[in-house]
Design a protein around this ligand. Structure first.
Ligand SMILES: C[S@@+](CC[C@H](N)C(=O)[O-])C[C@H]1O[C@@H](n2cnc3c(N)ncnc32)[C@H](O)[C@@H]1O
Length: 252
């Protein structure tokens, strides 16, 4: 393990990386074997506590990012899994779009969210927000998803796409892995612990990639060489030792 192996150099161009088939395969398999463990390793012993953890964490992280619930607003969740937080978002916003790279996860979400009429589920290609119109959502939210995206380019592509789909005045809170030596050490300790307990968490589709602060700020704000699209203000808000929230506000 070396630092340079984990941080991929930022690219200046806005060219989209190819569809993320590897993540689709990894997460389909995770959904078929043990979806609740792969979604929330610490929370999930039964369905009730799994969805309860989604409600608690949704409130915690919306507040951390300064995002207010809005019964008239539309929220987009990137990486909705089987709907743990989607259900909570649907109680706090007028409508919710849940997007995921895994059709198997979406199948689980369909079952878990049956009867809720303000949720639309979309299968994504793992790299962009195709299927979500320009300037169409008030809030974008994503937790423990970008941290798994295997390449820096893939993560940066989502940050650019978030600016495209946010309405003027809209706000996004997206969690990524922190980049400190301590965060790296803690993440590796976690991967090793999971491996010892028989989980395949060395796969790049689980470990993800780190992205430099500079590249995150450039892609999320739309400033810097080669960036295009609507500009936004960006704040990086650490949470604990291992996570950072990227808060993106598109100007009104
Ligand atoms: C750890 S789970 C978290 C699910 C949900 N955010 C939650 O906290 O309950 C990660 C989810 O992200 C999805 N995912 C992984 N890579 C993705 C990508 N590139 N684009 C969209 N979804 C992705 C996986 O299929 C999985 O459902």
């Amino acid at each position: 393990m070396t630092d340079s192996a984990e941080i991929e150099p930022p690219t200046n161009g806005a060219a989209a990386p190819p569809p993320d088939d590897r993540s689709q395969r990894f997460w389909d398999s995770a959904a078929q074997s043990d979806p609740m463990w792969h979604i929330a390793t610490g929370a999930a012993s039964d369905e009730e506590s799994f969805f309860a953890s989604g409600r608690v964490e949704t409130d915690l992280f919306l507040a951390h990012c300064g995002i207010e619930p809005d019964p008239n607003g539309t929220a987009l969740e990137i990486g909705c899994g089987i709907g743990r937080m989607t259900a909570a978002l649907a109680d706090r916003f007028g409508s919710v779009i849940g997007l995921d790279v895994s059709r198997e996860m979406l199948r689980g979400a369909e079952q878990a969210l049956v009867g809720r009429d303000n949720i639309t589920l979309i299968h994504g290609n793992g790299r962009d927000l195709s299927g979500v119109a320009d300037a169409s959502v008030d809030v974008v939210f994503s937790y423990i998803v970008l941290q798994h995206v295997p390449t820096a380019d893939g993560q940066l592509s989502y940050l650019r796409e978030v600016r495209r789909v946010l309405r003027p005045g809209g706000v996004a809170g997206l969690q990524i892995r922190s980049n400190s030596a301590k965060a790296r050490a803690l993440d590796w300790a976690g991967h090793l612990r999971h491996r010892v307990s028989g989980r395949q968490t060395f796969d790049r589709s689980w470990r993800g990639s780190r992205v430099s602060r500079q590249a995150v700020l450039a892609a999320a704000s739309g400033t810097g060489p080669g960036e295009s699209g609507p500009p936004a203000s960006v704040e990086l808000r650490p949470f604990g030792q291992r996570h950072t929230w990227v808060v993106i506000r598109r100007a009104a």
